[in-house]
Structures are given as C-alpha cells and as structure tokens.
Design a protein around this ligand. Structure first.
Ligand SMILES: NC(=O)c1ccc[n+]([C@@H]2O[C@H](COP(=O)([O-])OP(=O)(O)OC[C@H]3O[C@@H](n4cnc5c(N)ncnc54)[C@H](OP(=O)(O)O)[C@@H]3O)[C@@H](O)[C@H]2O)c1
Length: 239
C-alpha cells in the first residue's frame, strides 16, 4: 500500500487483539506503518517479520491472559485498544449447539468485555495526566441487524455493540473516545467459512477495514468518530 503517512500516529501506543491474520493483522500492520508502537496479540503468536511490532500470545477468553496483555501494553503507555478478535459459526437455529454458543460468546463478547475492563485502569491514569485514550471495537455490520443462519454470531455482535456503547458512555468521564467499526463481507479466513457466502471477488480486503480504523484514530482531538459502517460495493445495501 502506498501513501501511508508514517508520522500520522507518531507517539501513539496501540494494542490490537486477534492480530495473527485477517483484519487484525492488517490493522496492526497499517497502524505500525503510520508511526504507532503496536502490541499485537492472538492465540497463535502473530508474525510481522522485520517490524518493531511486539507480537504476543493472547487468548481474549482467558482473564489472566488478557490481564497480562493489558499490563504489558500499559507498561509502554498504551493509549488505544482495538478489540478485533472474533469468531463465527453459521447455521440455522435448529442446529445451534451449546458448545458453539459458548465458544462464540466467550471470544466475541466476554473477550471484548475482559480486554476493555483491563485496559480501563491505564486509560484512567492517562486522564489524570490530562491525556486522552481511544477504544475501537471491530464488530460487524450485523451488530445492528440480523440474517438467516447467523443467530449466535449476530447475537454476539449485538452484544458487542452494547458493550461498545456502554464503554462510550462511561468513558466520557475519563477522556475515552470510542469507535465501533462495522465491516461487511471481508475477504479473510473467517469469511471463507461462511456457507453459501457469495463470490469473494469484490469483497472488502482486510486493508479496507484497517483504513477505517486508522481514520478514526487519526481524527483530531476535538473529533469523535462514533461509528463507521463499511461495505463492499457488491454487497446489498443494508443498515
Ligand atoms: N471477515 C468478515 O467478513 C467480517 C465481517 C464483519 C466483521 N468481522 C469481524 O472482524 C474480526 C476479525 O475477523 P477476520 O475476518 O479477520 O477473521 P480471521 O481471519 O478468522 O481472524 C480472526 C482473528 O482473531 C483471532 N482470535 C480468535 N479467537 C481468539 C481468542 N480467543 N483470543 C485472541 N485472538 C483470537 C485469530 O487468531 P488465533 O486463532 O491465532 O487466536 C485471528 O487472528 C472479527 O471480530 C469478525 O467478527 C469479519
């Protein structure tokens, strides 16, 4: 990708979850090239050869793992958390299983809750020093709509949206700006597993979503980007 301003996020320290591939990897890589110091976590240690990105093993569904990640990032003065880690299972309601429900909610909902919870203390410390912080939650365009075959996934994304908006309301008191990024169909490992998923040609690339995150993070201090919905032009118009 050309045209990246390597000073745009200079002096920013940003933690990204779910960064071993797909959207999270692209976010970490773009934010790094935009000048931020980046901490990238996933269950499989992310790889960013030849960069200064700090890659670490992270399971967002494990509170001790999340706490260790947050404390490491806080030690470096983290000002931004990008909650991106997420999984999906797609099946009609009558095929829903308790195991799938727990797995998806543990990652998408509990994972977002735990990461947010463990980064807030550092965000509050920053506020006491007059410094702002930012939370970006990568949810989905289905965080505010539903689709056949997406019961558990869409329910988890609605819950993530509720967590996002709650963090925004609470964070007002301590200088936290919160952005929900809601991508449509994106060409990743995840998307490849959706049965009946139409042609991936024309879908968003992970870098398209990364640019949306960068847009929110690079906004001037008086601007708060509450929400970005980004769809591939080939996807039917949905709200
Ligand atoms: N692709 C789409 O069409 C699409 C559309 C809208 C929204 N989204 C959302 O975008 C986010 C990223 O999805 P993607 O498309 O990039 O999927 P992906 O290619 O499957 O990547 C998912 C990432 O999440 C990580 N992850 C999964 N469980 C984790 C856990 N317990 N702890 C830490 N990391 C974990 C994975 O790494 P490990 O397996 O190594 O942990 C991987 O790095 C998800 O929240 C997804 O719901 C995707």
């Amino acid at each position: 990708m050309t045209g990246v301003d390597s000073r745009l996020l200079a002096e920013r320290v940003i933690a990204v979850t779910g960064a071993s591939r797909g959207i999270g990897w692209a976010i970490a890589e773009l934010l790094h090239r935009s000048g931020a110091r980046v901490f990238a976590g996933a269950r499989q240690r992310p790889e960013f050869p030849g960069t200064g990105i700090t890659a670490t093993v992270l399971d967002v569904a494990s509170e001790s793992s999340v706490q260790a990640f947050a404390e490491m990032a806080a030690g470096a003065g983290v000002d931004t958390l990008v909650n991106n880690a997420g999984i999906g299972v797609f099946a009609p309601l009558e095929q829903a299983t308790v195991e799938d429900f727990r797995r998806i909610f543990d990652t998408n909902v509990l994972g977002t809750l735990l990461a947010t919870k463990w980064f807030i203390p550092e965000f509050k410390r920053r506020h006491q020093r007059g410094l702002p912080s930012h939370l970006v939650n990568v949810t989905s365009d289905v965080s505010a709509r539903t689709f056949a075959g997406g019961a558990i996934y869409a329910a988890s994304k609605h819950a993530q949206r509720a967590l996002t908006q709650t963090a925004a309301r609470e964070g007002e008191r301590y200088g936290l700006r919160v952005t929900e990024v809601r991508p449509g169909m994106t060409d990743t490992h995840f998307n490849a597993r959706i049965p009946g998923s139409p042609q991936r040609a024309g879908h968003l690339q992970p870098q398209d979503v990364a640019r949306a995150v960068l847009h929110a993070l690079a906004a001037p201090p008086h601007v708060r980007v509450d929400e970005i919905v980004v769809h591939p032009a080939v996807q039917a118009v949905e709200y």
